[in-house]
Design a protein around this ligand. Structure first.
Ligand code: SAT
Ligand code: MN
Length: 601
C-alpha cells in the first residue's frame, strides 16, 4: 500500500479501520486524474464490466450491464438509523443504530477479499464553496469510482479542500468477496435482495451501503449524502436540501429568473431542466436536474446550488424530441448502464426516436430484435454524463454562492382535478402545496389505474428524518427571513387528461408558456384570478401563440372541479393523519381553510 496522500488523522484511521475489517487485496487513494479514470475504464473493459462504444459514434463512451437483480434503488432496503424510530418517522425504515452497526460490521467482515479498496474523496458543491460538503467514499467497485468522477468533484482537489477538516464517511461494498483463483463476475453484487442494505446514521452523519453497485445505492454522494444526510444537516443549520431541479428562464427582454422544481420520479424533471422553450425569444438554462441546496443569502433571498457535477438520467424515453439537450450532452465521455448495444457499437433504447435497429444486444446481453416481446433497454437504464457537456448549462451553474431563487414549483402526474398551474396565496399555502405533491401510478399489470402516492416535496424516499418535522422546517423558513424576499410557490400539472383519457396539455417545450406566466407573476405583471385553491391565470394570461390547444381543452385545464377538490382535501387529510403529532399546525390550518373556501365556492 502506498502512503496515504493526506495527513488527516481521522481519515487515515477510518480507512485503516475499514481496510482491517473488509480485508481488501490492496488500497488505492483516488486522485481524480484523467489517467486514473482511463486506467479504471480499461481495467473494466478487460474484466467485461465495460464495453467500449464505437469511438466515432460515441467517443469516450462505455456500456455497462448490471446483474439482473441490481437495476435500481432499493427503497425497502434503505434505512434511517436515528436514535429512535420516532425521529426517523413513519416514512422511513428504521433499526436501532447499535444493532445495525453490529449487523453491518458482520457483513463487511472480509467482504472486499481479493478486491481493491478505493478511497474517493469528493466534494458535493463547487470546491471551496461555503456550502460545499466533503465526503469520502470507500468502495470496492471501480464502476462506482468512474461514476463518482463524473457525478462529483472527486480526487486530489477534494482531498486538498478537506485538509485536516471533517468529512462524511461513506462505506460501500458490492458484497461479493473474490476467492483466490476465481474469475470475477462482470457485475459483482449480492444477488439476494434481502441482503442489500443502504444505511444512514443521521446522528453521526455516516453512510454504509452493502450489496448493490447500482445508482443511488452505490454512488453515495447523491441521494444518500446530498439528500438524506444533508436534509438532517439542513434542518439543524437552517437551510434546505431538496430533490429539485434548478433552471433559469430568460425573457426576450433579458429578464432572468431562476426556478427550483420538485416532482416525483417519472415526471420529466431532467427534460424540464434543459427544455427548449416553444416560445420564440425565450431561453432556458440548466443549473441542475436533481438536487438543490438552498440557503438564505445575506440579502434575505434564497440561493440554490446544485451539489452535483453530472447527470445520472434515465435513458429510455430520452430523444431529440423529449430532450434534445440531453441527447447532445451524452454524445461523448458518457457511461451508459443497461441500455442496448447496436451492431455498430452504439447505444439504443426504447423511444430514442428514429427506427429501431434491425438487431441489437439487450441490457441482459442477449440477442434482441424488434417485436421479440422484450425491452432492449431496462426501463431504469441510465446515462452518466458530465454536466459541463450540456449545451444549455447556465454560466452560473458553478457559482459558489448559488443562484437567487424566484419561484418554487411542485407537481406530479395527476390525470384529474388538479389544474395546469396555480399559485399559492402565501408561504404556508405553498408548503401545503408541496406537502400534497404526488403521482397517480397506473398499475397496468393489475388493471388497476389511479393509485395516488403522496410524495411530499418529492422527498418521500430521500428525507433523512420525520416527514412531519421536515414540513415544519419548511414552514419555519418564513420566520428566518423577510417574507417579501421569499420565492413564490406554484403547483403545476402537465399530465391532466380529458374525460376520454387524452392528454390535454402538450408538455415539453410548451411548458415554457406556464413558466412565462410564473415569471410574470414574480415580476407582478401576470394576470390571475383568485379561486378556492389558489391564484390561476385568467383565460388570456397564458401566452398560447402558435399553440394548437382548443378553447374547450384550455377551459378544462384551468377549471376548478369543486367536488374533486373536496375529495382531494379529504385525501390530504388522511395523509396528514399518518404524520401524527409531528404535522405542523400551520398545515392543518391550511387544509381547514381550503375546505372552507371550497364549501362556499
Ligand atoms: O439511482 S438514483 O437514486 O441515482 C436515481 C433514482 O432512482 O432516483
Ligand atoms: Mn431524483
Amino acid at each position: 500500500m502506498t502512503a496515504p496522500p493526506t495527513t488527516n488523522k481521522k481519515l487515515i484511521a477510518w480507512v485503516n479501520d475499514i481496510a482491517a475489517l473488509a480485508t481488501p487485496a490492496s488500497v488505492h487513494w483516488c486522485d481524480g486524474s484523467d489517467k486514473e479514470y482511463h486506467a479504471l475504464c480499461d481495467l473494466m473493459v478487460s474484466h467485461g464490466t465495460f464495453t467500449r462504444l464505437n469511438e466515432k459514434l460515441r467517443p469516450g463512451c462505455y456500456l455497462a450491464r448490471s446483474h439482473a437483480s441490481d437495476v435500481a434503488r432499493v427503497e425497502d432496503r434503505t434505512y434511517i438509523c436515528a436514535k429512535s424510530k420516532e425521529e426517523a418517522g413513519p416514512t422511513n425504515n428504521w433499526t436501532e443504530p447499535t444493532e445495525m452497526r453490529a449487523k453491518l460490521r458482520a457483513m463487511f467482515k472480509g467482504c472486499m477479499k481479493g478486491r481493491t479498496l478505493y478511497v474517493i474523496p469528493f466534494s458535493m458543491g463547487p470546491i471551496g464553496s461555503p456550502v460545499a460538503k466533503i465526503g469520502v467514499e470507500i468502495t470496492d467497485s471501480p464502476y462506482v469510482v468512474v461514476n463518482m468522477r463524473i457525478m462529483t468533484r472527486m480526487g486530489a482537489a477534494a482531498l486538498n479542500a478537506l485538509g485536516d477538516g471533517d468529512f462524511i464517511p461513506c462505506v460501500h461494498s458490492v458484497g461479493a468477496p473474490l476467492e483466490p483463483g476465481r474469475q470475477d463476475a462482470p457485475w459483482p453484487c449480492e444477488p439476494d435482495p434481502a441482503k442489500k442494505y443502504i444505511v444512514h446514521f443521521p446522528d453521526t452523519r455516516e453512510i454504509w451501503s452493502y450489496g448493490s453497485g447500482y445508482g443511488g445505492n452505490a454512488l453515495l454522494g447523491k441521494k444518500c449524502l446530498a439528500l438524506r444526510i444533508a436534509s438532517v444537516a439542513a434542518r439543524a443549520e437552517g437551510w434546505l436540501a431538496e430533490h429539485m431541479l434548478i433552471l433559469a428562464l430568460t425573457s426576450p427582454k433579458g429578464e432572468k429568473h431562476y426556478i427550483c422544481a420538485a416532482f416525483p420520479s417519472a415526471c420529466g424533471k431532467t427534460n424540464l431542466a434543459m427544455m427548449q422553450p416553444a416560445l420564440p425569444g425565450w431561453t432556458v438554462r440548466c443549473v441542475g436536474d436533481d438536487i438543490a441546496w438552498i440557503r438564505i443569502g445575506a440579502d434575505g433571498r434564497l440561493y440554490a446550488v446544485n451539489p452535483e457535477h453530472g447527470f445520472f438520467g434515465v435513458a429510455p424515453g430520452t430523444s431529440a424530441q423529449s430532450n434534445f439537450n440531453a441527447m447532445e450532452t451524452i454524445r461523448r465521455n458518457t457511461i451508459f448502464t443497461n441500455v442496448a448495444l447496436t451492431p455498430e457499437g452504439d447505444v439504443w433504447w426504447e423511444d430514442m426516436g428514429g427506427p429501431a435497429p434491425a438487431k441489437a444486444i439487450d441490457w441482459e446481453g442477449n440477442e434482441w430484435t424488434p417485436g421479440c416481446g422484450r425491452k432492449a433497454a431496462h426501463p431504469n437504464a441510465r446515462f452518466t454524463a458530465p454536466a459541463a457537456q450540456c449545451p444549455v448549462i447556465d454560466p452560473e451553474w458553478e457559482s459558489p454562492e448559488g443562484v437567487p431563487v424566484s419561484a418554487f414549483l411542485f407537481g406530479g402526474r395527476r390525470p384529474g382535478t388538479i389544474p395546469l398551474v396555480s399559485e399559492a396565496f402565501s408561504w404556508e399555502h405553498g408548503v401545503f402545496m408541496g406537502s400534497a405533491a404526488g403521482s397517480e401510478t397506473t398499475t397496468a399489470a393489475l388493471g388497476k389505474a389511479g393509485v395516488l402516492r403522496r410524495d411530499p416535496f418529492a422527498m418521500l424516499p430521500f428525507c433523512g428524518y420525520h416527514m412531519g418535522d421536515y414540513l415544519a422546517h419548511w414552514i419555519s423558513i418564513a420566520s428566518r427571513t423577510d417574507r417579501a424576499k421569499l420565492p413564490k410557490v406554484f403547483f403545476v400539472n402537465w399530465f391532466r387528461k380529458s374525460t376520454e383519457g387524452k392528454w390535454l396539455w402538450p408538455g415539453y417545450g410548451d411548458n415554457s408558456r406556464v413558466l412565462k406566466w410564473i415569471c410574470e407573476r414574480v415580476a407582478g405583471t401576470g394576470k390571475a384570478v383568485k379561486t378556492p385553491i389558489g391564484n390561476l391565470p385568467t383565460p388570456d394570461a397564458l401566452d398560447l401563440s402558435g399553440l394548437d390547444v382548443s378553447e374547450e381543452d384550455m377551459r378544462q385545464l384551468l377549471a376548478i372541479d369543486v367536488e374533486g377538490w373536496k375529495r382531494e382535501a379529504d385525501n390530504i387529510g388522511s395523509y396528514y393523519d399518518t404524520l401524527g403529532s409531528h404535522l405542523p399546525a400551520a398545515l392543518r390550518a391550511e387544509l381547514e381553510q381550503l375546505r372552507q373556501r371550497l364549501a362556499t365556492a
